[in-house]
Design a protein around this ligand. Structure first.
Ligand SMILES: [Zn+2]
Length: 360
């Protein structure tokens, strides 16, 4: 009898510690680092990644999945997405944005029941494994450990807000809802004086009629911008030819040019939608500003802010005036009425209290 009771108590204690271990353990992420029709050998991936590697078959395709701790994953992302020699406070701001985006993508993939959380490509965030890590990046991730950006999206409830980023905003960041529709809130554009002397602030592209035919499939005789959004980016473009007129979203045209040339850096791709168009005989001249979709953190602006002595909290506060910096643990335990007076891992917290002063 005594032994039976002891056995039961022991099993209860074991279950308790198992649950405690599960609750306390660090979050993990599953990254799809390879996908194809032929079964690969895992040997070729060994030594390049932290964590575990596994091979699975899903939807008639083979996938190599790298499973690891979220913070260690970020060691392989921040330098790829920003540049591993950038100023330390800018790297910290990037670490927070990348971590926040990861949790956002994890949630989407869980809802879709995918066998991975993210891929290692630009469709999520570029992840390069251990060869893209360095001491500064690891320190930037560690000093912002578990910090994410959240906003009050529904009554009192806080949610992770996808803190998108881009290379250069061209002087004004873009509103997420203007760019992708109303499901993205709390990401209004801000005027940005910091990126004005950076490499991508202005650009010039020339497309011939033949170029545009290979990009759009249409013989185009004239193009004009129909309207601009409040950040100064083109919203819609009107294309005209002997076949009639067609209206397309400016960002669709931008992505068509990128896909056609396969690289953002090509002289035949549009870096952003902040442009004007002039026609000159057989040519269409695009004069523009900025690089990327323009939503969220302007990386070149963040770099300049860091060079001027601003810390990562000031940088994030500038580009995300409607959001709060919290830890993922706080987010999971208290989704309602988040009241943050003291950070757990460094920095200051309540962004929104001074939001209006950040908007100009
Ligand atoms: Zn900018």
């Amino acid at each position: 009898m005594y032994r039976l009771v002891l056995k039961k108590v022991w099993s209860i204690i074991s279950i308790f510690f198992l649950l405690l271990f599960h609750w306390c353990r660090a979050d993990t992420v599953r990254i799809c680092i390879w996908e194809g029709n032929q079964k690969p050998s895992l040997e070729q991936f060994k030594g390049k990644y932290r964590g575990q590697l596994s091979l699975l078959r899903w939807n008639k395709k083979y996938m190599v999945i790298n499973t690891m701790d979220v913070e260690e994953y970020l060691f392989g992302v921040v330098g790829k997405e920003m540049g591993n020699t950038w100023p330390f406070e800018a790297l910290k701001a990037q670490a927070v944005c990348s971590r926040t985006l990861l949790y956002y993508y994890k949630d989407i993939s869980a809802k879709k029941k995918l066998p991975y959380d993210v891929t290692d490509t630009i469709y999520h965030q570029v992840y390069g494994g251990v060869f893209s890590e360095n001491e500064n990046i690891i320190k930037a991730v560690e000093e912002t450990s578990s910090q994410v950006l959240a906003g009050q999206t529904d009554g009192n409830e806080y949610n992770i807000v996808p803190s998108f980023f881009h290379a250069c905003c061209g002087g004004h960041t873009n509103s997420a809802s203007d760019m992708w529709g109303n499901k993205y809130c709390l990401m209004e554009g801000v005027k940005d004086p910091y990126c004005s002397e950076t490499p991508f602030f202005t650009w010039h592209r020339v497309f011939t009629k033949d170029d545009l035919k290979s990009i759009t499939g249409l013989e185009i005789s004239s193009i004009r911008v129909l309207n601009f959004n409040k950040s100064g980016r083109c919203s819609q473009i009107e294309l005209q030819g002997t076949w009639g007129k067609r209206i397309i979203e400016a960002d669709n045209l931008r992505m068509m040019t990128v896909n056609n040339s396969t690289t953002f850096a090509s002289k035949k791709s549009l870096p952003s939608t902040m442009f004007t168009i002039t026609c000159n005989g057989n040519e269409f001249i695009f004069d523009g500003k900025g690089y990327g979709h323009g939503v969220g953190l302007c990386q070149w602006g963040a770099r300049r802010m860091a060079e001027q002595g601003k810390d990562y909290v000031e940088i994030l506060k500038y580009y995300f005036p409607e959001l709060k910096l919290i830890t993922i643990q706080q987010f999971k335990t208290v989704k309602h009425n988040i009241s943050l007076e003291k950070p757990q891992t460094g920095g200051r917290y309540d962004f929104s209290s001074t939001a209006s002063s950040c908007l100009s």
